[in-house]
Ligand binder design. Sequence first.
Ligand SMILES: NC(=O)c1ccc[n+]([C@@H]2O[C@H](COP(=O)([O-])OP(=O)(O)OC[C@H]3O[C@@H](n4cnc5c(N)ncnc54)[C@H](O)[C@@H]3O)[C@@H](O)[C@H]2O)c1
Length: 348
Amino acid sequence: MDRKVKVGIIGLGFMGTTHFSIYKSNPKAEIVAIADVNPDKLKGDISSVIGNIGGGDNSKPLDLNGIKTYRDGMDLINDPEVELVDICVPLYLHKKYATAALEINKNVLCEKPLAANSSEAMEILHASEKSKGFIMTGMCIRFWPEYRHAYELINSGKAGKVISATLKRLSPNIDGNSWKNWFMKSSLSGGAIYDLHLHDTDAIRYFFGMPESVTSFGVKGVRSDSGIDHVMTRYNFGKNSLITAEGGWDAAKGTPFEMSFQIVCEKMTIRLSESGYKVIHENGKIEEPKPAIPELPTGWHVEIDYMLDCVKNGVKPEKYTTLRETVDSIKMVEAEMKSIETDSTVKL
Ligand SMILES: NC(=O)c1ccc[n+]([C@@H]2O[C@H](COP(=O)([O-])OP(=O)(O)OC[C@H]3O[C@@H](n4cnc5c(N)ncnc54)[C@H](O)[C@@H]3O)[C@@H](O)[C@H]2O)c1
């Protein structure tokens, strides 16, 4: 039997509990420790957890049999048994835990957006350059089966030149859903533009590279205290290209979560929508590929499986995303914020 990677998870909210159940279902992993400031979570009680997509049955307590529990994430990092530290705490705590783990050569999977701004993200990048430990940002959309399929159609040249692309991530109002309501405090979460829309900004960075400039529009402080709660951006890649993304968490509670895209290419239109994933050829033929495999149904499963393989095999986790590209994506969102603030196009 192959050895299992020994995992410690810091933060058992929506993302930490999602990761918990994914590690439990993956034979390459063994969860050896968890850390959370909330004592209920350390007893396995996750009834307070609310998320956007893919949430499990949170009324059932977690099975913590054989798993060490810590109130302080630093104790988990310093536990010699833990070889992969999975950081699922609110954003403003990422740098502290990521750098502490890297300093003692631990491997890190850090939830997006990695850090509170691009300079903090650079500090983590520099810490990783001095460490024997690996780090990867949980940019799950790069691993999401339909996005990967579309990426491969475009990058293999099969789809032909891209004419236009629009990516959307529209969430209902999440006021009251997070630990101490931290998502609604823009100084802690960065608002919807930073926390939510970053996924699509990063997908655009991945699919098409760095734009020359961005032109954004947004509304502020309608759900969060003063963050940008809804954004629309045109990423400027030169004349005669139209690449846009829209993200927001301002819709009424109960509105379905939308994660969608439409990419129009010379030879085909690639579309993920409420009606499923479709590749529509110029001759009218419609294909409905099913790129997800049953053992790894979501991007979170693929991302975690890949990170486990990298830790097991001593391979740097840079096939799908790199810290430098995360820094690029954060810089793009910072430019989008500036564009809204100054009502102008901002160069990158
Ligand atoms: N990749 C994705 O699709 C996705 C989706 C949702 C959230 N996220 C990211 O995951 C991270 C966590 O978000 P969430 O939705 O799980 O938040 P959440 O509010 O649901 O959970 C946060 C958890 O952290 C715990 N916590 C707070 N301070 C702590 C500390 N000092 N030490 C240990 N535990 C502490 C809280 O008790 C809570 O259990 C964020 O960076 C968020 O952006 C990613």
